[in-house]
Design a protein around this ligand. Structure first.
Ligand code: FAD
Length: 656
């Protein structure tokens, strides 16, 4: 089990961090490999938890690079960003310093499924992220390509499993650590594709990771292959915006971070987006040139959730597809055509683009391309993101089969926390499906696995009405502070204040009761429909669309006026009122699910041989592979039948 490259060679450490407390010996608590969206969150989370952390990445100047779209958030993804922020993660705060067009999606639906989204200035995001990373206490940053892992004998209490204890760089030097997190994105055996040309690369201009991919395979990890792609970038001054539909940003902007009341660039200074559509000529170019396109074929159409224009034409022929023209930054000369990801040969890319309305004279500055890469079957990791196979080795981000910056960031923060907790031998920090979108994401990955890039959607979440973007701090900040130690004192106190103010506000709103006729006099613009004899609570009046805390406080200044002083509190009380009755039932359901979730399956159970529980061979194999930690997780594995779950439940209860 010990890697051949296990040496005691000194590591030539170049310290780029400002931290003066980090030691000068090459031994860290946590090493994070990769400076993408998972890696930056993982490294800073581990450091916030008190671990001496090393971030090892190919190039410092690509830390925080947005490989594809110049935007963050969206439906489901905005929830993840709020949850990362609630755990004191970076991406939401950095976005608020770099956003150039804010828009809340799904506004017509309830606030539970609003999608906070913004166009982000790529250059600013990278600059702000690098500044933050290089100024994080306890975090050291080092350039280098990791080729191999150093493995040692298992810890006594976990016989049979080897343990990671460091990494080997491409120059043969070594660094040691208690825990290692891999966040290598699309780099494992990455291969870039344009037309029929293919060449090895992690993304355009970046070398792939071959040695590390081979190490993981040699260790016995189950590896799969996924593909994704990115659109060409177009010169801004070659587009005729005047004939296209213009979309202006929201005013006011809704910030991503709980710590921000407003965003860096004022709404009136933000940039517009424009909408255009494909047409039958686009379909024709795609269909006539499939033989020149090795990334997308009739049979292998690529990812479902960030599909290329070729896949869309093949899946939905004869339709007009939306193309959003999005700014790449405040002073960028480039436009990102969202919806036009493609891998046609370069000359055909411009031909296709110039048949689209508004793009007749468009100049392609950088061609679109596809990338194919190795990912690791995420059923090989636990809900704390540690691998089953190698102790103290964690995976986070696109390496686990997900797509998107937000999905990567969410896993990064959880891996960083857990790698650090593992060092201090504390229990893992796991977010359940009832607590957050992060919990749903990780539970889906670790129990169901994925065969195509996994993206977060609100429809994947059972308890949508409780897991809202507005209350992510109440759900996670308090736990993040107490159970993980990854949240600052200031943020914790802010969340505590908000929680108690909401509880107090709701109880005050419940206690104010008048007859419907008295309410009619106080707030004439709303007609309250209830039996005349029954008193109506202020909380029920606040549920009406036309009523907000301001109008309610005008009608009943005492004691309500004080709840209008903080805008966020007033808006959150309105949301709580809107969902009050449905939430009551949902909370009962959540309690039921949490009871199941709490039932832990024994860690050392050998499903293949155990005789005390009756299970089919197929179920045994599935449980053996996925190693669910709870009855709830076991029940979500496809093919694990309700009968098997009942047998497992009986078994767990008798052994407890
Ligand atoms: P990355 O952001 O890729 O970061 C990986 C990091 O690891 C890099 O810093 C790299 O230098 C470093 N690294 C890798 N190997 C090593 C090593 N051996 N040693 C040291 N450092 C190493 N997402 C969408 O949501 N929609 C899309 O349409 C979409 N299209 C994409 C198209 C392309 C071409 C690419 C490349 C990505 C696309 N993505 C898309 C995905 C999005 O960019 C990723 O989901 C996100 O960046 C993943 O974050 P990550 O941290 O896991 O990996």
């Amino acid at each position: 089990w010990v890697a051949a490259s296990f040496t005691k060679q000194q590591f030539p450490l170049v310290r780029l961090s400002s931290d003066s407390a980090a030691p000068r010996t090459p031994h860290f608590d946590v090493i994070v490999i990769g400076g993408g969206h998972a890696g930056t969150e993982a490294a800073t989370a581990a450091a916030r938890c008190g671990s001496r952390t090393l971030l090892l990445t190919h190039r410092v100047d690509t830390i925080g690079q947005m490989s594809c779209n110049p935007s963050f958030g969206g439906i489901g993804k905005g929830h993840l960003m709020r949850e990362v922020d609630a755990l004191d993660g970076l991406c939401s705060r950095i976005c608020d310093q770099s956003g150039v067009h804010y828009k809340v999606l799904n506004r017509r639906k309830g606030p539970a499924v609003w999608g906070l989204r913004a166009q982000i200035d790529r250059k600013l995001y990278k600059q702000n992220m690098q500044k933050e990373i290089l100024n994080t206490p306890l975090l050291t940053v080092q350039e280098g390509a990791v080729e191999d892992l150093i493995l040692t004998e298992p810890e006594p209490e976990h016989t049979g499993k080897c343990r990671v204890s460091g990494v080997v760089l491409v120059d043969g030097s070594t660094v040691y650590a208690e825990s290692v997190i891999l966040t290598t994105g699309t780099f494992l055996r990455g291969m870039i594709v344009i037309g029929l040309e293919m060449h090895p690369a992690g993304r355009l201009g970046d070398q792939p990771s071959i040695g590390l991919a081979q190490t993981l395979e040699k260790l016995g990890f189950v590896v799969g292959r996924l593909k994704t792609g990115t659109p060409p970038r177009i010169a801004k001054d070659s587009i005729n915006f005047s004939i296209l539909n213009k979309q202006t940003p929201d005013n006011p902007s809704v910030p991503f971070s709980f710590t921000n009341e407003t965003v860096w660039i004022k709404p009136e200074d933000q940039l517009p987006c424009y909408l255009t559509y494909t047409n039958p000529r686009v379909d024709e170019i795609v269909l006539n040139n499939l033989h020149l396109n090795s990334h997308v074929k009739e049979t292998t159409r690529g990812p479902r959730y960030c599909p290329s224009i070729e896949s869309k034409v093949l899946r939905f022929p004869n339709r007009l597809h939306q193309v959003w023209l999005e700014p790449e930054g405040m002073d960028s000369d480039l436009i990102y055509p969202q919806g036009l990801s493609m891998t046609l040969p370069t000359e055909l890319q411009e031909k296709m683009i110039t048949c689209i309305r508004g793009l007749e004279k468009a100049k392609v500055i950088q061609p679109g391309y596809g990338v194919q890469y190795d990912y690791l079957d995420p059923r090989q990791i636990t809900p704390s993101l540690e691998t089953h196979l190698v102790q103290r080795l964690f995976f986070a981000g696109q390496i686990n089969g997900t797509t998107g910056y937000e999905e990567a960031a969410a896993q990064g923060v959880i891996a960083g926390i857990n790698a650090s907790l593992r060092v201090s031998r504390k229990p893992p920090f796991v977010v359940s499906r009832t607590e957050g979108y992060i919990g749903v994401l990780i539970d889906d990955l670790t129990t169901l696995g994925t065969s195509e890039p996994y993206r977060m959607f609100t429809s994947r979440v059972e308890f949508r009405l409780s897991l809202r973007p507005d209350n992510a701090d109440i759900r996670l900040t308090l736990r993040g502070y107490k159970d993980a130690g990854c949240v600052s004192q200031q943020r914790y106190e802010g969340a505590c204040w908000m929680k108690s103010s909401l509880e107090e506000g709701i109880s005050v709103l419940k206690s104010i009761e008048f007859s419907s006729s008295k309410w009619k006099n106080l707030i004439p613009e709303v007609s309250i429909s209830t039996s005349r004899s029954l008193p109506v609570r202020a909380l029920d009046v606040l549920k009406y669309e036309e009523v907000d805390m301001d109008s309610l406080a005008k009608a009943v200044p005492e004691p309500l006026k004080k709840y209008t002083k903080c805008r966020e509190l007033a808006e959150r009380l309105k949301i709580e009122a809107t969902y009050e009755s449905v939430l009551f039932h949902q909370l009962q359901e959540i309690k039921g699910v949490q009871q199941d979730e709490a039932l832990q399956l024994p860690k050392d159970i050998d499903y293949l041989t155990i005789r005390d529980v009756s299970l089919s061979h197929e179920v045994r194999e599935k449980l053996h592979f996925s190693r669910p930690q709870t009855i709830g997780a076991a029940s979500r594995i496809p093919g694990v039948t309700p009968a098997a779950i009942i047998n497992l439940l009986r078994f767990v209860k008798t052994t407890q």
